[in-house]
Design a binder for this molecule. Structure first.
Ligand SMILES: Cc1ncc(C[n+]2csc(CCOP(=O)(O)OP(=O)(O)O)c2C)c(N)n1
Ligand SMILES: [Mg+2]
Length: 592
């Protein structure tokens, strides 16, 4: 039997499970693992500047391509605790990442050894498995199980913690006969699908809600095929945005309190039946449950049995992988169509389209300082359908979801549930590593950008070019807006007079200088007419220098973005679009 260190076995398994990239940074307690990676030679390592950054890079890497699993590696103690936010973000959005940490030697774990922390206990509630491997011979099994769990059922992260002596210990391990464990994904039965279709057939104004589970199952094509067969409009959730292209005639708009469209909410409220597939009824999507559910019937399809009924009791629940369910939905719907048994629904579809063409928000403003709405209009003009957008949280993200367009799955890569500030730069870098060929455009508010700004150096060092649109209002904008309810503007200002950059007029941090200092290119825009030109210039700089290019857009300090407490109670702070010129890049032309 071949003998090798447990660390060598771990690296060999990573390779056999399809890992070719890892994100991380070494420390003494994880050096045996790094030595094994070096001996192997087949894994590309991206050196993060902050361990939390490595964990978000891993998440971006997973989310860019079906089948990818991002791996982040750090040493013992603070490296593991730094990655806890990454585990939370991945768990909250059902994204598998594998987090590998070094640890003090087994015999020292209870002796308060230097940087020994019980990371598997800390990570337990955020992971599908968090294990400090105490026996070297268990290392292969731990890794095999990790991949099985990450890929099975509801996807999510795993942490494996490797004590120093465990990594170095020699074990017997036969790489040649290693086999990944089978993946478990429950599948709906025909009878269940037929029943759900009967319920849909009985409805007059049905909708499909498509969640991130459709993307995780790589089943967007099936979703579109099914929606077309039954001629039923689709509401993508924030995590499911891109499952149906925004210009599809069955796109009904997004629903929710913040990241939503006026026509999406109106259509949901006008519906009498909702078929949710691979979604979680997130509270930013539903708002108050009475408003969301009263007067309509629900079917919920989810891969995780205990998700059915968690938020509210659906009229019917089906436990299934979204892809497996959609394959059957398509099959049974095709048979019913051939038998002339499907409802026609043209009037309802037209109704939804009419709302789309009339209930738009205004984006075309010529103000200086720039109003944020105009930025998204210019982004729609400048960036094509192949663009992958990356963002986390803030007024910037909320407005982006209201105004940008997404045409493909995995082209809106957003920390939808956890929304950790600082996620955007590293996640965008992970996406660039996974897909160097697609244009990547990240979007941050100034605070999100400042959180993990140092990761820009990783993009410069490893030549990971992308465009980072930075909308700067020198405010914790979303929190400023929510403080209106407390009648205060307290601890949310990011503005100050920068003694080195008086020309930026009290907006505080000189992001252009910082980005340049980290080895990136950066441009600043202060007038709406310059935004498009800056994007063109950024594309050229990116191609020439192969580094991240930051386009900072200086916004007006205070803009309130549409949001509310209930689907029927979203406050509009700006004048609405009245004619096409008010929302010139809307996918459906505004009917005056
Ligand atoms: C780690 C973390 N702390 C706090 C928050 C709460 N939070 C959400 S948005 C926000 C302000 C974001 O400001 P900025 O990035 O400038 O975006 P803006 O809303 O101004 O567009 C804060 C503090 C968070 N999401 N994550
Ligand atoms: Mg801000």
């Amino acid at each position: 039997m071949p003998r090798m260190t447990a660390a060598d076995a771990a690296v060999a398994i990573l390779r056999l499970e399809g890992v070719s990239n890892v994100f991380g940074l070494p420390g003494a307690a994880i050096n045996p693992f790094y030595a094994a990676m070096r001996r192997d030679g087949g894994i590309t390592h991206t050196l993060a500047r902050h361990v939390e950054g490595a964990s978000h890079m891993a998440e971006g890497y997973t989310r860019a391509r079906a089948g990818n699993i991002g791996v982040c590696v750090g040493t013992s103690g603070p490296a593991g605790t730094d990655m806890v936010t990454g585990l939370y973000s991945a768990a909250a959005d059902s994204i598998p990442i594998l987090c590998i940490t070094g640890q003090a030697p087994v015999a020292k774990l209870h002796k308060e050894d230097f940087q020994a922390v019980n990371i598997s206990a800390i990570a337990a509630p955020l992971t599908k498995m968090a294990m400090t491997v105490l026996e070297p011979a268990q290392v292969p099994g731990a890794f095999q199980q990790a991949f099985h769990l990450m890929r099975s059922g509801r996807p999510g992260p795993v942490l494996i913690d490797l004590p120093f002596d465990v990594q170095l210990a020699e074990i017997d391990f036969d790489i040649d006969t290693y086999q990944p464990l089978p993946v478990y994904k429950p599948s709906a039965t025909r009878a269940q699908i037929a029943k759900a279709l009967d319920m849909l057939a009985a409805a007059e104004r049905p909708l499909i809600v498509a969640g991130g589970g459709v993307i995780n199952a790589d089943a967007a094509d099936l979703l579109v095929e099914f929606a077309e067969l039954v001629n039923t409009p689709v509401v993508p959730t924030l995590m499911g945005w891109g499952t149906l292209p925004d210009d599809h005639p069955l796109m009904a708009g997004m629903v929710g309190l913040q990241t939503s469209h006026r026509y999406g909410n109106a259509t949901l409220l006008a519906s009498d039946f909702v078929l949710g597939i691979g979604n979680r009824w997130a509270n930013r999507h539903t708002g108050g449950l009475a408003t969301y559910t009263t007067g309509r019937t629900f079917v919920h399809v989810d891969i995780e049995p205990t998700q059915i009924g968690r938020v509210f009791a659906p009229d019917y629940g089906i436990v299934s992988d979204a892809g497996a369910a959609l394959r059957l939905f398509v099959e049974v719907a095709r048979e019913r169509k051939a038998a002339g048994q499907l409802a026609e629904r043209a009037a309802w579809v037209e109704d939804c389209q009419r709302r789309r063409a009339t209930m738009q928000r205004r984006t075309h403003f010529d103000n200086v300082p720039i109003k944020p709405q105009r930025v998204y209009e210019e982004m729609n003009r400048a960036f094509g359908q192949e663009t992958r957008y990356v963002s986390t949280i803030g007024l910037s993200q909320i407005a982006a979801a209201q105004f940008l367009h997404v045409y493909r799955p995995r082209h809106w890569i957003n920390a939808g549930q956890a929304g950790p500030l600082g996620w955007t730069v590293p996640a965008a870098l992970g996406v660039c590593v996974a897909d160097p060929d697609s244009p990547v455009v990240a979007l941050s508010g100034d605070y999100d950008f400042q959180f993990m700004i140092e990761e820009l150096a990783v993009g410069a060092q490893f030549n990971l070019p992308y465009i980072h649109v930075l909308v700067n209002n020198a405010y914790l904008g979303l929190i400023r807006q929510s403080q209106r309810g407390f009648d205060m503007d307290y601890c949310v200002q990011l503005s100050f007079d920068n003694v080195n950059s008086p020309e930026i007029g009290g907006y505080g941090v000189d992001h252009v200088k910082v980005a340049e200092g980290l080895g990136c290119k950066a441009l600043r825009v202060t007038a709406p007419g310059e935004i498009g030109l800056a994007f063109d210039q950024a594309k050229k700089l990116m191609a020439e220098y192969r580094v991240p290019v930051v386009v900072e857009i200086v916004l007006e300090r205070v803009t309130n973005i549409s949001m509310g407490t209930e689907l029927d109670n979203v406050t509009e702070f700006e004048e609405l679009a009245a004619r096409h010129e008010d929302a010139p890049t809307a996918v459906v032309a505004m009917l005056d």
